[in-house]
Design a protein around this ligand. Structure first.
Ligand code: HEC
Length: 247
C-alpha cells in the first residue's frame, strides 16, 4: 500500500502536519484530496500509476441510490463509473480524487448513441478495473452475464421521477438490443420519461451488482462464475446468435 494512502488513513497525522510537510516536499506543488488532506504532486502521480488502486468496500444500496440520481445528470456510463469511482474518491481519496469523472460520460447510449455495449457496463468495467486490476475483467464478465440474463430493472427508487410497468431480459450486453427489447415490451419510444427512468434504474442495478462482486473480491470470497466468451464460441461474440443470424 502506498505511503499516501497510509497517511490518509492514519488519523494521528494532523491536517497541519500534512500541509506543512507537503509544502516543504513539493514546494507548492500539492494535490488536495476529498478529505482535505494534502500530498505532494510527485507522490500522487506515483500512486496514480500503480495498478490497481486501493479498494474499500462500498454499500451496494447507497451505490444504487446514487447511480440512479447520477443517471439524470450525465446518463448511464457516468452513472456507474461516476458513482463507484466517486464514492471511492470519498472513501479512499487519492489517487481516485485525481480522476475527472466526466471523462466516463461519453459511454452514454452505448458510446455516444451508437448502441454498442450498454454504457452501464462500460462504466462498471472501468471502475472494476481501477479497483481490482485484472480480476476486474472477471468481475465485469460476470456482470455482463448478469445484465444479459436477468429481468431488469429491479431497483425501486425512493422518489421515482417516472413510472413504467415492464421489466425485460436483454439476452445481450448491447445498448440497442437491450433498450429496444424493453421499449417494444413497454410500448414507448426512446425519448420518453419512461425509457429514461428504465435506464436510470438499470444503472442502479448494474452499479450495485458490480460493487457486490467487488466486495466479495475484497473479502477473498469472489469466484468467477461465467466463462470466457471468445473461447466458448471460437471468436468474440454475444450469445444471442439467432437474433442476428436467423435460424
Ligand atoms: C449483434 C448481431 C450478431 C450476433 C448476436 C452474433 N452475430 Fe455473428 N455475425 C454478425 C454479423 C453482422 C457478421 C458479419 C458476417 C455476416 O454478415 O454474416 C457475423 C459474423 C459471424 C461469423 C463469421 C462469418 C460467417 O458467417 O461464418 C460467425 C462464425 C458468426 N458470426 C457466428 C456467431 C455466433 C456463433 C454467434 C452467437 C454465439 C453470433 N455470431 C452472434 C452478427 C451477429
Amino acid at each position: 500500500m502506498s505511503g499516501i494512502i497510509k497517511c490518509i488513513n492514519d488519523k494521528s497525522i494532523s491536517r497541519r502536519q500534512l500541509l506543512s510537510g507537503a509544502g516543504k516536499a513539493a514546494a507548492g506543488l500539492a494535490v488536495m484530496s476529498a478529505g482535505g488532506l494534502v500530498v505532494s504532486g510527485a507522490e500522487a502521480s506515483k500512486a496514480g500509476s500503480q495498478y490497481p488502486w486501493p479498494y474499500k468496500k462500498l454499500d451496494p444500496d447507497k451505490v444504487a441510490a446514487r447511480a440512479y440520481e447520477n443517471w439524470y445528470k450525465h446518463f448511464c456510463a457516468y452513472a456507474t463509473a461516476g458513482t463507484i469511482l466517486g464514492m471511492l474518491q470519498e472513501e479512499v481519496g487519492e489517487p481516485y480524487t485525481s480522476l475527472p469523472l466526466m471523462a466516463f460520460a461519453w459511454g452514454h447510449g452505448g458510446g455516444v448513441g451508437w448502441g454498442t455495449m450498454c454504457g452501464t457496463l462500460m462504466g462498471s468495467g472501468m471502475a472494476a478495473s481501477f479497483a481490482a486490476g485484472k480480476d476486474g475483467e472477471k468481475i465485469i464478465n460476470d456482470v455482463m452475464n448478469y445484465y444479459s440474463a436477468t429481468e431488469l430493472p429491479i431497483y425501486k427508487p425512493a422518489s421515482p421521477k417516472a413510472t413504467f410497468k415492464s421489466v425485460s431480459k436483454s439476452d445481450s450486453p448491447l445498448c440497442h438490443v437491450s433498450v429496444g427489447r424493453w421499449m417494444d415490451k413497454e410500448g414507448v419510444t426512446f425519448f420518453t420519461p419512461e425509457r429514461k427512468e428504465r435506464c436510470a434504474r438499470l444503472s442502479a442495478d448494474i452499479a450495485a451488482e458490480t460493487v457486490t462482486l467487488l466486495n466479495l473480491w475484497a473479502d477473498g470470497k469472489y469466484t468467477p462464475a461465467f466463462g470466457n466468451q471468445a473461447k466458448k464460441h471460437g471468436m468474440t461474440a454475444q450469445n444471442n446468435c439467432n437474433d442476428c443470424h436467423g435460424k
